[in-house]
Design a protein around this ligand. Structure first.
Ligand code: ZN
Length: 84
């Protein structure tokens, strides 16, 4: 699963990607193209930033659900091994 989301730099308007786990309210990153410091805030007026934060949150939740499911599956496997 792709854990990266696209970020649109408000300064140079070019796109780059960063990991969804990092992007949340207050997160700061330098643009890969112009090195401008970008600060993510929940109440931004920038629709691209809003979309990036929404996507990042959804991706994080999906990744967490996947990890939880895998843990449950391996715990169930360990239980069934002990029973035999
Ligand atoms: Zn930039």
């Amino acid at each position: 699963m792709d854990d990266k989301v696209r970020i649109r730099c408000p300064n140079c308007t070019r796109l780059f990607r960063d990991r969804a786990q990092r992007i949340r309210d207050g997160y700061q990153v330098n643009c890969e193209h112009c090195a401008r410091l970008i600060t993510f805030t929940r109440d931004t007026e920038d629709p691209f930033m809003r979309r990036t934060m929404k996507l990042a949150r959804e991706t994080r939740l999906a990744l967490e659900a996947k990890v939880t499911a895998e843990r449950a599956a391996s715990a169930a496997a360990a239980r069934s091994q002990r029973e035999y």
